[in-house]
Design a protein around this ligand. Structure first.
Ligand code: ASP
Length: 319
């Protein structure tokens, strides 16, 4: 390559819409950079001016605590101007379409748009209508890429690797964008993935995504390194998927008894919000020797900083 030729960026995407289609090297690049941001976030002075002059709009059509807050913190810690658009007090309530909202925001020249939407595919559709980088903060049952990346960072820091680990994703897999993004990421990174849940909450044909299916927790948790618990997404359920919450808990809720079937040092993850006594026993969730749930929240900020950084790199370099 001549000295005048510029090598292409390692992460060659305009947006982060999902994990599907990313390469192992791209995921590793994000995780390596996020590791550096974990260190920065542990300092008293957490602020950089890397994104100074850039505008980030957070547009959440669905409720969120962790994801919205951590995208906001991530943008602010990198020096961007961050604006949160509340859909409950915007013209969306007056019947404006997603595309019109996208065009309106685009005219204000944001550099980053972080979007959560209740419909699968809505974030991709919106990304085609704007000129800036779009980050998917969760679209329906489809993908939640930054959640899978923060889960991967948590696992990698605790276990030293992702490859060859056995990971069980348990509970309401059917309605979970977290499960889908994690299945993609873990397969790309060479982990062994299992899903465990009642037949009504396991998507048919999920084996084609490269997972092993179990309907029994004791069997599925055997020899697992990582246990990822999922919330019952009742807001996406129409009809009865399980008889009662107490029956669900007794069969699929993670308690010490079921946990004893996994490896002795198996790590427990949960994307939050957690429903204690439904998919996880309160004592297990609070057991810091086993659960990395709070650590996941910390990793979330660092991973989102890495994503904002990487997606604006080309733009910053070109002025
Ligand atoms: N917070 C995650 C999501 O937005 C998981 C959940 O809501 O249960 O998908």
């Amino acid at each position: 390559m001549s000295s005048k030729e510029v090598s292409p960026p390692l992460f060659n995407h305009d947006h982060l819409l999902g994990i599907e289609g990313l390469k192992e090297t791209e995921i590793t690049q994000i995780l390596d950079l996020a590791d550096q941001y974990v260190e920065q976030n542990r300092q008293t002075n957490k602020k950089k001016d890397l994104l100074s002059g850039l505008t980030q709009i957070n547009l959440f059509f669905e409720n969120s605590t962790r994801t919205r807050m951590s995208f906001e913190l991530a943008g602010k810690r990198l020096g961007a101007d961050v604006i949160n658009m509340s859909t409950s007090s915007s013209s969306i309530k007056k019947g404006e379409t997603l595309i019109d909202t996208a065009s309106t925001l685009n005219a204000m020249r944001p550099d980053l748009l972080v979007v959560r939407h209740g419909s699968s595919g809505a974030v991709k559709l919106l990304s085609r209508k704007v000129d800036c980088a779009v980050l998917n903060a969760g679209d329906g049952k489809h993908e939640h890429p930054t959640q899978a990346l923060l889960d991967a960072l948590t696992i990698r820091r605790r276990k030293g690797r992702l490859a060859r680990l056995t990971v069980a994703i348990c509970g309401d897999v059917l309605h979970s964008r977290v499960a889908r993004s994690n299945i993609h990421l873990l397969n790309i990174m060479g982990a062994r993935v299992r899903v465990i849940g009642p037949p009504t909450l396991i998507p048919s044909g999920v084996e084609k995504m490269g997972v092993e299916v179990f309907y029994d927790m004791e069997e599925g948790l055997k020899d697992c390194d990582i246990i990822m618990m999922l919330r019952l997404q009742t807001e996406r359920m129409h009809g009865g998927y399980f008889p009662t919450v107490s029956e669900y808990f007794s069969l699929y809720g993670l308690d010490y008894d079921k946990l004893s079937h996994a490896k002795e040092d198996a790590l427990i993850l949960h994307p939050g919000p957690m429903n204690r006594g439904v998919e996880i026993d309160a004592a297990v969730a609070d057991d810091l020797t086993r659960s990395a749930i709070q650590e996941q929240v910390e990793m979330g900020v660092a991973v989102r900083m890495a994503c904002l950084d990487i997606l604006t790199q080309t733009k910053r370099e070109n002025g």
